[in-house]
Design a binder for this molecule. Structure first.
Ligand SMILES: CC(C)(COP(=O)(O)OP(=O)(O)OC[C@H]1O[C@@H](n2cnc3c(N)ncnc32)[C@H](O)[C@@H]1OP(=O)(O)O)[C@@H](O)C(=O)NCCC(=O)NCCS
Length: 124
């Protein structure tokens, strides 16, 4: 699934977020994100990916969402850290990529009292 990020006022496309089903049995999805350079640093990417994670966990029954970034792309890795994602414990340190992960429980804890029970909570 690839979704455009648009501004509310002018309806311009300023980037995209994506979700890929990586393991249907384990309900693991991988997310992607990219924003046009001229609109970075304003919180738009954070807002869009926050909504993407909400959809993944609340509506698409994901158990775990991963993000993969080239190890040189420190902006992406710190962006995922700010979303509450953690490096995968078995991540190979010699790898050229960083793999970060957030699971359903961590996402719900992070959202705290914001969280309203969704139909997919019953799957757990
Ligand atoms: C990774 C990427 C999406 C991050 O975009 P971003 O705009 O920096 O991320 P955020 O939406 O979290 O914005 C955070 C910045 O907005 C600021 N900000 C302003 N208003 C804000 C608000 N209301 N909420 C949150 N942050 C806000 C923050 O202070 C922060 O600024 P800082 O970086 O100077 O500290 C972007 O760098 C990108 O598209 N990179 C190229 C594509 C790419 O590498 N994709 C990933 C491949 S794995």
């Amino acid at each position: 699934m690839i979704l455009a990020i648009t501004t509310l006022v002018e309806d311009h496309v300023i980037g995209e977020v994506s979700l890929w089903l990586r393991d249907a049995d384990a309900r693991v999805m991988e997310m992607g994100f990219a924003l046009l350079p001229e609109v970075q640093g304003r919180g738009y990417a954070h807002e869009a990916v926050h909504e993407l994670l909400t959809s993944a966990f609340d509506h698409l029954a994901a158990r775990e969402v991963i993000g993969v970034a080239d190890r040189r792309n420190v902006i992406s890795t710190s962006f995922m850290h700010r979303l509450g994602m953690s490096p995968r414990s078995d991540d190979d340190e010699t790898s050229l990529t960083d793999l970060l992960v957030i699971d359903r429980k961590a996402w719900q804890r992070q959202r705290g009292s914001d969280h309203v029970a969704s139909p997919t909570d019953l799957i757990e």
